[in-house]
Design a protein around this ligand. Structure first.
Ligand SMILES: [Zn+2]
Length: 78
């Protein structure tokens, strides 16, 4: 599961929002104040997460999407 965070072949950026950690499209690093689309097709505004925010549970829809993208990338690499 740690390979979701490898810079080479980055699958998603993870940011807490609205009580869940969502995955963001990996096109650019998230900056505070940006509006970004999540892998679960929501639109969130990037905040400045504190330590408590990072303890939020991972959004299951984003996680499933990130896993399927990772698997697809692994299949392409073979
Ligand atoms: Zn999500």
């Amino acid at each position: 599961m740690s390979d979701l965070f490898q810079p080479q072949g980055l699958i998603a950026y993870w940011r807490p929002a609205e009580g869940l950690r969502h995955g963001l499209e990996p096109d650019a690093p998230p900056q505070a104040g940006q509006e970004r689309n999540t892998l679960c097709e929501r639109s969130i505004t990037i905040g400045s997460p504190n330590e408590l925010d990072w303890l939020a549970p991972t959004c299951e829809t984003c996680w499933a999407e990130a896993c399927s993208r990772r698997d697809a990338a692994a299949r392409r690499a073979r």
